[in-house]
Design a protein around this ligand. Structure first.
Ligand SMILES: [Zn+2]
Length: 239
């Protein structure tokens, strides 16, 4: 790739809400969808775009437990987080959400999880895939990104890839003005009651910071939009 092409990849642009879009969000855990792209999802569903979410795990390790947690504790938290995810998806206007069979904190040991994502893509023919940034600090988030990469190896239709950020900031090239949706984003995050209130504080702060790129916005979400071939190059750099 020429240097000019590489630089143009990182030229910032404003994300346009397109009602015809059909989007699949790959979320390693319940709450990643709300934190990483909740405002953008709301703005799309308000315009009648289709937004579905695939939760790779039920987030059963995301709590305070005895050490190690018992199966009962994990099952009880999984049940609670499924309900919280359902409440959050309702707030975001999500059309359909699915829980896949990934184990929380062990996604990197389950490379075949991508087959379940592939099945969803083949059934619904989305045009946009949102997934965590491959250099995210959380191992499950990186594993989710790799699963999406495996999906692209077997999926023949054209897909726009939008990376979203959760635990680590990404080198964004696209910004969505979510000023009109920040209230719903925070409401969706609050629906994840078991995860406490800190997430909301982080979302407020990150949203304000990301708005620096947009002169008229109070809150923004940032993405790295990339082609599937650039995804391959990027993974080569961060692995
Ligand atoms: Zn997560």
């Amino acid at each position: 790739m020429a240097v000019g092409q590489r630089l143009s990849l990182f030229k910032p642009r404003l994300l346009e809400i397109q009602p015809t879009r059909s989007m699949l969000v790959v979320a390693p855990h319940p709450d990643d969808e709300s934190f990483g792209c909740g405002g953008t999802l709301c703005l799309h569903t308000q315009q009648k775009a289709r937004v579905d979410v695939a939760f790779l795990t039920q987030g059963e390790m995301g709590g305070s437990f005895s050490n190690p947690p018992t199966d009962f504790e994990k099952q009880r938290l999984a049940q609670k987080r499924r309900q919280e995810a359902s409440d959050a998806c309702k707030i975001l206007g999500v059309n359909q959400y699915t829980f896949l069979n990934g184990r929380d904190s062990l996604l990197s040991e389950q490379p075949d999880i991508y087959k379940e994502v592939l099945k969803i893509l083949e059934n619904h023919r989305y045009d946009t895939l949102l997934c965590p940034w491959p250099a995210d600090a959380h191992p499950d988030h990186r594993a989710a990104s790799q699963a999406c990469f495996r999906v692209l190896g077997e999926y023949s239709e054209k897909l726009d890839i939008w990376f979203y950020e959760v635990r680590s900031p990404l080198p964004a090239n696209c910004f969505c003005d979510i000023t009109a949706a920040i209230g719903l984003k925070i409401k969706a995050l609050r629906a994840h009651v078991s995860q406490g209130t800190e997430l909301c504080e982080h979302a407020w702060c990150l949203g304000r910071y990301r708005a620096v790129q947009l002169s008229s916005a109070n809150y923004a979400e940032a993405f790295l939009q990339i082609s599937s071939s650039d995804f391959l190059r990027l993974l080569g750099l961060v692995q």
